[in-house]
Design a protein around this ligand. Structure first.
Ligand SMILES: Cc1cc2nc3c(=O)[nH]c(=O)nc-3n(C[C@H](O)[C@H](O)[C@H](O)COP(=O)(O)OP(=O)(O)OC[C@H]3O[C@@H](n4cnc5c(N)ncnc54)[C@H](O)[C@@H]3O)c2cc1C
Length: 309
């Protein structure tokens, strides 16, 4: 494990830092790299700008581990309103939610009910609903919820983390259920007995899982959610050799990261989609982004610290 990444991921879970750091101007300036703003409107406007380049969007309203059912219900209402506005603006956009933001820590059955409401509304609009994958502790309950959701709604998908040792088996199970998958490397701090730590081996696992999904040729969507252009090129080559073109899968990236490459890939015939996160509860999510690329992002924070007001 990279010690800087490790320290930043520990900080992501620290409540004191989460309450204090966001008050500093330089931290707020740095988060702007990854987020168009805190309001729903900011995210919708950003999706409108992406649409000019024919790039569709996925929205995530930031937050996790809500502590009351009322808070989880408020998150559900927020997403239902968001879906209305997506429809009103005619955007090619869908949502991806964190199960703990909808109450997974409190009551899995009530969480499933809320997800049902979101999946049904998304289906009525001809859109998918995706589940984010959180830390390893939540993988089993998230997949259990996804299986139940998938039984009823084929417009649903789940994020799968290539760094987990358990993932090849999970993917085999999801393939049998014709699930849709957003494949990522994995963003959390996990011990070695649970997750691969070597970046090269994580890339190899990602590639194997992507090719396995394509070969299965079920009805589900495959999204390769990575900014690793080398890995995408490897997969493109192996997929082509197996008879799959660029339209057999999507490439998904985060708002603000490799923006020029997002446009270039879309212009080159890849199906690119950008995930836009927004909201006021951005601290843990922001720290995970910083941890993914500590050198560049810590330097950006230092520059913002000394920038003139
Ligand atoms: C659409 C999408 C959805 C995701 N959903 C989840 C999820 O539900 N659960 C989960 O655990 N993880 C999720 N992730 C995060 C993922 O697990 C990785 O932590 C993240 O994508 C970084 O890995 P990478 O594949 O981009 O490769 P890396 O090897 O980390 O990055 C490749 C290159 O991309 C650039 N880059 C990548 N990240 C950053 C950054 N933060 N800042 C600046 N430059 C950067 C750098 O140039 C870097 O060299 C998601 C990622 C994406 C793109």
């Amino acid at each position: 494990m990279n010690p800087a990444r490790d320290a930043l991921l520990m900080a992501a879970g620290n409540r004191w830092l989460g309450e204090h750091l966001p008050r500093y101007r330089f931290v707020r300036a740095t988060v702007r790299r990854f987020m168009p703003g805190e309001r729903m409107e900011d995210a919708l406007d950003a999706a409108g700008r992406l649409a000019e380049d024919d790039i569709p969007a996925t929205f995530t309203y930031l937050g996790e581990n809500v502590r009351t059912a009322e808070d989880a219900d408020a998150v559900l209402r927020h997403y239902l309103r968001l879906l209305d506005l997506i429809e009103e603006r005619g955007l090619d956009a869908e949502v991806s939610v964190k199960p703990t933001h909808l109450g997974l820590d409190l009551d899995p059955a009530a969480t499933l009910e809320r997800l049902h409401r979101l999946a049904a509304r998304s289906a009525a609009l001809g859109k998918h609903l995706f589940l984010d994958m959180e830390s390893a502790h939540y993988v089993e309950p998230t997949l259990a919820i996804y299986r139940q959701l998938r039984d009823e709604f084929d417009n649903t998908g789940v994020c799968i983390q290539a760094y987990l040792h358990r993932t090849p088996q999970d993917v085999a199970d999801l393939l049998a259920a014709d699930g849709s998958i957003r494949l990522v490397k994995g963003a959390y701090r996990e011990p070695r007995d649970i997750a691969i730590h070597d970046p090269k081996k994580i890339g190899q696992s990602f590639e194997k899982l992507a090719i396995a999904f394509l070969r299965w040729a079920g009805g589900g969507r495959l999204a390769l959610a990575t900014h690793d252009l080398g890995l995408l090129a490897e997969i493109e080559g192996r997929a082509a050799a197996a008879g799959f073109g660029r339209d057999a899968y999507e490439v998904q990236m985060l708002y603000g990261i490799r923006t020029a490459d997002q446009r270039r890939l879309a212009a080159d015939g890849f199906r690119v989609r950008v995930l836009i996160s927004y909201g006021t509860h951005w601290f843990p999510w922001f720290m995970r982004r910083v941890a993914e690329h500590p050198g560049r992002n810590v330097w950006l924070a230092i520059r913002n610290l000394f920038a003139r007001r």
